[in-house]
Design a protein around this ligand. Structure first.
Ligand code: NDP
Length: 467
């Protein structure tokens, strides 16, 4: 694993935090402190924003091809350090190494590659009648990211921002700051000029809030809880600044009559238990027709048994999250749902590490708390529906609308259903992940889109010149 830096990365230099305070980094599997990073405060954020502001005119004026070359170099350097990235994420997030390599390291490399390509391909200028219309960078971006996919969340913001010609101050999650430091090294080595990318590690209510409320930040891009997102959105509204919010989800996996039930359940369970259930787009509500409901419960229990804690199923990120998830499991039992497998107790034989039993709830009513709130742990709920209209009502019956899945006898049936779902991204019959497809929420799941050209557009503003 990489050695932690004892500084913040501001204006191309690693410099100490103003307050001289530190945040311990803990391995969720061993519960041991594995490093520490500086805890930045408002003064550090201010220095970073000043550096980003000073660097903006130069970076915004670079040719898109030049920015594309820097991003391509960053992608290549990340690929060279792929194993180190995976080991770092495993150390600070606890995810099994194989998952870290396949997802936590591989995904951000892919996304960085898409922005190296898009920076070169994107039409930053178009002609509309007698007008020349330009897409220009929004300015200084404050990026605030969570711990669940630590490097992906960073790259999904920083790569399009840099491709657009913006400069960035990043405040990563306090639980996973080490891979953010590694990323700062990568960008510096790739030739990102001093001040264009700045990293301030620190606490959310201190460094995060200072960044979100800084008057000289033009746009805030946030991923995390709905509660914090709401505050950031309110502050951005007050200051009339651009905001992108990627918040929670309670996505539905709708298995229509005629679908391949075994495949739909197996893929659905894997989708939820991957990353210990800490995925905002996870299909945490499985909707099955009454005729095949019991069969689906049996299949889900069998699929859950493959997620052995400490092996395929990693811990959740910290003790607080573990208690939160266990609290939801207790709540489900108290609400009268049937615990088909799992439960709130520690997994057998695992006395160390923030592990939660893979848990399947059956006989869940759509209005129960465990069917409405984001649990963010290895917990899936199975809900029975009577007919397609009932399934649609249940699927659309939460405040969220981030993702989802539909399985049907044929693609047309599934697509027709998906078009009626109030949600931003739906996988049809196990459709493959697409790193260029726009990702983001309807309703309280957020504002704006990440990834691909739509993600790039978030960091641009439009100017038209009439000739
Ligand atoms: P938060 O929303 O608190 O954290 C996300 C990021 O925001 C972190 O960098 C955090 O810093 C920062 N932050 C916290 N408070 C503020 C603030 N007042 N102003 C500015 N930035 C702030 O999520 P949690 O880590 O507390 O997770 C709680 C729940 O949120 C989860 O159980 C899950 O339901 C949901 N969540 C959703 C995610 C998603 O991908 N949509 C990702 C993570 C969580 P710090 O790390 O220091 O707290």
């Amino acid at each position: 694993m990489q050695q932690a830096h004892d500084g913040l990365f501001i204006d191309g230099k690693w410099s100490p935090a103003a307050a001289g305070e530190w945040i311990d980094v803990v391995d969720p599997a061993s519960e041991q402190v594995i490093g520490r990073v500086p805890a930045g405060d408002g003064r550090d954020v201010d220095a970073a924003v000043r550096a980003a502001r000073a660097a903006l005119p130069g970076w915004a004026a670079t040719a898109p091809a030049e920015r594309a070359a820097v991003l391509a170099a960053a992608r290549d350097l990340m690929a060279e350090r792929k194993e180190e990235i995976a080991a770092t994420v495993t150390a600070e997030l606890g995810s099994p190494l194989r998952f870290s390599a396949a997802v936590h390291a591989a995904l951000p490399i892919t996304v960085m590659g898409t922005y190296a390509d898009l920076a070169a391909e994107f039409a930053f200028e178009e002609r509309i009648g007698n007008s020349r219309v330009f897409q220009e960078p929004v300015g200084v971006v404050g990026a605030i990211t969570p711990w669940n996919y630590p490097l992906h969340q960073i790259v999904a913001k920083v790569a399009p921002a840099l491709a657009a010609g913006c400069t960035v101050v990043l405040k990563p999650a306090e639980d996973t700051p080490l891979v953010a430091q590694l990323f700062a090294e990568v960008l510096e080595a790739a030739g990102v000029p001093a001040g264009v990318f700045n990293l301030v590690t620190g606490l959310g209510p201190v460094a995060g809030q200072a960044l979100a409320e800084h008057p000289d930040v033009d746009m805030v891009s946030f991923t995390g809880s709905t509660a914090v997102g709401r505050r950031i959105g309110a502050a951005a509204g007050g200051a009339v600044k651009r905001v992108a919010l990627e918040l929670g989800g309670k996505s539905a996996n709708v298995i229509l009559p005629g679908a391949d039930l075994a495949r739909a359940v197996n893929v659905g369970v894997a989708n939820v238990f991957a990353n210990s259930g800490q995925t905002c787009s996870a299909w945490t509500r499985m909707l099955v027709d009454a005729a095949r409901y019991e069969e689906a419960v049996e299949l889900a229990v069998a699929a859950a048994a493959k997620y052995v804690p400490g092996e395929r199923l990693g811990p959740v990120v910290n003790a607080k999250q573990r208690e939160r998830v266990r609290g939801y499991i207790r709540k489900g039992v108290a609400e009268g749902a049937r615990l088909a497998t799992g439960g709130p107790e520690a997994p057998e034989g695992l006395t160390t590490g923030y592990y939660v039993r893979p848990t399947v709830f059956a006989d869940v009513e759509p209005g129960m708390v465990i069917a409405q709130e984001e649990i963010f742990g290895p917990v899936i709920v199975l809900i029975r529906y009577e007919d397609e209209e009932d399934a649609l009502r249940i699927a659309n019956g939460t405040v969220y609308g981030l993702a989802g899945a539909v399985w049907g006898a044929d693609e047309e049936q599934a697509v027709a259903f998906a078009r009626r779902m109030d949600t931003g991204q739906v996988d049809i019959n196990g459709g493959r992940f697409n790193a260029r497809a726009p990702f983001g929420g309807y309703k309280q799941s957020g504002v704006g889109r990440e990834l691909g050209a739509h993600g790039l557009a978030e960091y641009l503003q439009t100017k038209s010149l009439q000739l």
